[in-house]
Design a protein around this ligand. Sequence first.
Ligand code: ATP
Ligand code: MG
Length: 422
Amino acid sequence: MALITKKIKGTEDVLPKQSYRWQFVENIMREEARAYGFKEIRTPVFEHTELFARGVGQTTDVVQKEMYTFDTKGGESVTLRPEGTAGAARAVLEHSLEQDGLPIKASYFVSCYRYEKPQAGRLREFHQFGIEEYGTQAPAADAEIICLAQSVLDRLGLSQVHLEINSIGCPECRARYNQALKEYFTQYKDRLCPTCLTRLEKNPMRLLDCKSPEDKEIAKDAPKITDYLCEECEAHFTEVKKYLDAAGVEYTVNPTIVRGLDYYTKTVFEFVTDCIGAQGTVCGGGRYDGLIEELGGKHMPSLGFAMGMERLLMVMDAQKIEIPDNDKTALYIATMGDAAKVKAFELLRQVRECGLIAETDVVGRGLRAQMKYADKIGAKYSVVLGDNEIEENKARVKNMETGEQTELALDESFADKFSVLQ
Ligand code: ATP
Ligand code: MG
């Protein structure tokens, strides 16, 4: 039979010897989210297509071009989630989470699916860590989630990742701004890409998010949203910056950040780096005060961010940040004979209960092959159990790197004494 060895384009495997890198990053994210009072939410990988159409926005690239949508056998249209917010918002509404008190604070790890052109830092299946907060309009909340994102990046040891913030106002500010943009871009109609021509009619602000170099150049001199903010939005933005200053978080105001999704209002932000090529945004977020209403709920101002796991790992690689590999086997027990095999099970249990990684032969190899394997997996210590050791009830544990040997009794004290050697 033909071998099936090809994964789907734009997807990646995380192999057993690489997963410690993911776990290191995820653990830091979990700890930081916890420290700020966010609890994990887990939602399904697919949802009714309409949820994303409404929650992400009809005029976005994600909804127009990138969704994995299919009809089920029952004839329902479902979509693999392209992002984490819509599902979380749906769950908030479905379970009336506001009853537990506001704000609702949730964090998530999700795989996302977007039919994009695969390239470095742009996949069709990728992963995000994200934060969701529902039921607060206070600028302190905006500043707080930005601080949380910054804490994660700091703890990962990243440098040269810059925070850029902007305010895209409320629907009223935006109506005036969109009009100004329309007038500005209409002058350059002949030079805009075809997608931007439709954006010009439907949602001119999206033009600022275009990735084509020529459109980017034109966008440089476009009117700035910050000149069109109403009093309330302006005051909100000022407050957010005040808190960030107080927390010592550095940022630049970049009036061209508009974010790719339709539901954003007021604060938007991105953490950007230029050390991994063109796809340099490692985190994007902001406020989406209209989202819950868009999904049929009562007005509930909300905010959040999402970090791209693959891109963060790329930055860590590019910056040569060492990630401790705690997955190395602490003790390999090689055995000769049945009695030794049985004894090994007793000792393994003790050692594992101490939180150490311990292994023995489960293949049926001879002693030499067992030692070769111990070497290959990089075991820190090994011990050989044979009839002699069982009889004398002691054995010599060997440090595989230095060759140093330590004699230990094969009784209840074994694991404790072995732990001390670590
Ligand atoms: P971009 O402008 O790079 O397309 P986006 O605005 O579409 O990003 P969001 O929807 O805000 O991205 O997602 C948040 C984060 O998820 C991004 O900042 C990025 O780190 C990551 N991300 C988005 N799309 C992809 C993808 N196709 N492959 C890998 N990571 C991605
Ligand atoms: Mg995108």
